[in-house]
Design a protein around this ligand. Structure first.
Ligand SMILES: Cc1cc2nc3c(=O)[nH]c(=O)nc-3n(C[C@H](O)[C@H](O)[C@H](O)COP(=O)(O)OP(=O)(O)OC[C@H]3O[C@@H](n4cnc5c(N)ncnc54)[C@H](O)[C@@H]3O)c2cc1C
Length: 392
């Protein structure tokens, strides 16, 4: 499977600049693979780090703090960067098709494209609802929302968040923190802002420990957030949210942070998908359907046991994916990725304060926020402060 010097290089194509692929690129920069050409195709030139998104919304970070400059990283690593969106795979011809109509050949392909929002199924086109992903769209929507709320002349503004996992809760608290500050600065009362949080499950943060949930239940109550537990949002038309039980809520702004699914175009690839449309992979991160295609991060669904959709897993999969792409291109046996049983989540509360969620533990404090900030900044620095490369 590997090439001799005279042959054309083995083409490894990375689709998406997610948390796993940035590590594959970095490792390629540290130790290039002879006879291999690596290409990354991504819709984002500046790829966002969602762990810092709530901090950006809250006003603690600038946009530049939460993005990795993919062309710069790729250039440093000797990787070709293509700014495009992949919309299909022809597995027979071994090509990917891009939105620009460009087609690219691959010998090995890896998908790290995150998840796609599913809001379209319930929200009508005239509704103000915006999904949190893709983050580049959301960032633009957020800046518009900020502007609208600050210039809103009605006596009150209602903001609804649909989805009460860690992302939804964090995002709501971050928006509230920031909007209250902006409203105060414009001479209005922060009480004019009303917040609603919807979740279909009977409790918020369902995958976290009771202590973590209790902390956030207190926090949301203290901040006047109206909770709608066990509510399956039926339809959203205009700003009208039908809660499915005869009641409804009118909101000026709606943000969608529910569990998403795999990108719709994956259905046409013939790759085996799980019921949510994510690509099924073996423990090696190779797809169960095609030995030339790998997947990592949110888009990958391990057949040996599905994982929560969290960036920590995508980050941990990066080194294994890098090594297995190298091994696959040489026809060597692949390594197994073994997910950690417990994973650390540091959930922020809007201001510079956060809660540790680790197994049954739930500990809160300002120090937790500083700890998270240090972890996040260290992660970003890996892809910014690039060491000098050895001459090839
Ligand atoms: C508000 C919020 C906060 C969160 N905080 C945390 C946290 O603190 N810790 C944590 O572990 N998890 C967190 N998560 C979950 C986390 O966002 C995801 O699990 C993580 O981003 C998944 O990473 P990924 O590498 O799979 O994909 P992503 O980070 O989504 O990256 C995918 C990349 O691929 C690009 N792409 C997508 N489709 C295509 C295509 N067709 N062609 C080319 N490029 C494409 C995208 O533009 C993007 O750049 C949070 C989520 C949200 C919504």
């Amino acid at each position: 499977m590997h090439n001799t010097k005279e042959e054309s290089p083995t083409e490894i194509v990375l689709v998406g600049g997610g948390h796993s692929h940035v590590e594959v690129i970095r490792r390629f920069g540290l130790a290039a693979l002879p006879g291999v050409r690596l290409t990354v195709i991504c819709t984002d030139a500046q790829t966002p780090y969602s762990g810092m998104l709530p901090g950006y919304i809250a006003g603690h970070y600038e946009a530049a703090d939460i993005h990795i400059d993919l062309p710069r990283l790729a250039d440093w690593a000797g990787v070709r960067f293509v700014h495009d969106e992949v919309v299909g795979i022809d597995r027979h011809a071994r090509t990917v098709r891009c939105a620009s109509a460009r087609e690219m050949h691959y010998d090995y392909l890896s998908l790290n494209i995150g998840s796609a929002p599913r809001m379209g199924e319930v929200a009508a086109a005239d509704s103000p609802a915006v999904p949190v992903k893709p983050i580049r769209h959301f960032r633009r929507c957020w800046l518009d929302l900020l502007q609208r709320v600050c210039t809103h002349r009605e006596p009150s503004t209602t903001i609804a968040v649909v989805g009460a996992g860690a992302g939804g809760v964090e995002l709501l608290l971050a928006m509230q923190h920031r909007l209250r500050r902006e409203i105060r600065a414009s001479g209005r009362q922060p009480e004019q802002l009303r917040f609603h949080l919807f979740t279909r499950s009977p409790q918020i943060l369902p995958t976290h420990a009771a202590r973590v949930r209790e902390h956030f239940m207190r926090e949301l109550a203290a901040r006047g957030v109206v909770l709608h537990l066990g509510v399956e949002v039926g339809h959203v038309r205009g700003g009208h949210i039908d809660t499915g039980n005869g009641a409804s809520v009118d909101a000026d702004e709606i943000v969608w942070v529910t569990q998403a699914g795999g990108a719709p175009w994956l259905r046409d690839t013939g790759l085996a998908l799980d019921p949510d449309g994510f690509v099924q992979v073996e423990d090696s991160l190779r797809t169960v359907s095609d030995e030339r295609i790998f997947a990592a991060g949110d888009v990958a669904s391990l057949v040996s046991g599905p994982l929560a959709k969290a960036g920590v897993f995508a980050v941990r999969q990066g080194p294994i994916l890098a090594e297995n792409l190298r091994r696959a291109s040489r026809g060597e046996p692949l390594l197994r990725y073994r997910p950690q049983r417990r994973w650390l989540a540091l959930i922020t509360t809007g201001e510079r304060y956060a809660v540790v969620s680790w197994g049954p533990l739930g500990i809160a404090g300002r120090w937790v926020w500083r700890w998270k900030d240090a972890i996040d900044r260290r992660f970003m620095a890996r892809y910014r402060e690039l060491p000098a490369r050895r001459a090839a």
